[in-house]
Design a protein around this ligand. Structure first.
Ligand code: 5GP
Length: 192
């Protein structure tokens, strides 16, 4: 997606050669028209898949997931990183966080994801695929199926893309970064 690649080049910051900061348009301040366009792209990829739920993990995936779910006209569920006292019957999985370098539990109220649901998972980044593996565990335990994954920015030099596609899951990424140079500020995109 041209506009996203342009935003990464002009408004992204490279923390080091592995971590990209996109707080200017996706992770802190949100560029709503850019995120809206992301929703449209994901909608075009998955509109014929019979999706019944869009799922993300809080918090940075919520904006693009909302932009997608409203077009698909289905509910959006954001999986939680801490169990609220209002959650009655939770299902849990464990996720290792790439940016925080620690493992944390994720949870969902079981009644929102059921056998027969067809899930589209949307997230901001795909790095090593740990968040997605946790999500796959939760979806499988509910009896729902994953019909596809939509990612804003996939870091192609990390193993997540191969890992998840290797499980036979369709992954559509709007920008795939194959490398970045924090010193020069250069970013190398995969041809798509
Ligand atoms: P994974 O679970 O695939 O290893 O990492 C995915 C999660 O880690 C994303 O949801 C995102 O929150 C975070 N993440 C991974 N790499 C980056 C990065 O380069 N920049 C930012 N801002 N977040 C990242």
């Amino acid at each position: 997606m041209k506009a996203l690649k342009n935003a990464i080049e002009t408004r992204g910051h490279f923390i080091n050669d592995e971590v990209l900061k996109v707080d200017a348009f996706l992770n802190h301040q949100i560029d709503c028209s850019l995120v809206d366009e992301m929703g449209n792209e994901f909608y075009e990829h998955f509109k014929n898949k019979g999706i019944t739920k869009v799922v993300t993990i809080e918090s940075s995936g919520i904006a693009p997931a909302y932009a997608t779910a409203i077009r698909l006209n289905v509910p959006l569920i954001f999986i939680k990183k801490t169990q609220p006292s209002t959650m009655i019957d939770p299902a849990f999985a464990e996720v290792f966080s790439f940016t925080k370098n620690k493992t944390y539990p994720i949870c969902i109220e079981k009644e929102y994801l059921k056998k027969g649901d067809k899930v589209l998972f949307i997230d901001d980044f795909l790095a090593n695929g740990c968040a997605l593996e946790g999500l796959i565990d939760i979806v499988k335990s509910s009896g729902a199926t994953i019909e596809g994954v939509g990612i804003a920015i996939e870091k192609g030099f990390q193993k997540g893309g191969d890992l998840i596609r290797g499980k036979g899951i369709r992954v559509e990424s709007l920008a795939i970064v194959d490398g970045m140079n924090a010193e020069t500020g250069e970013v190398f995109f995969r041809e798509q």
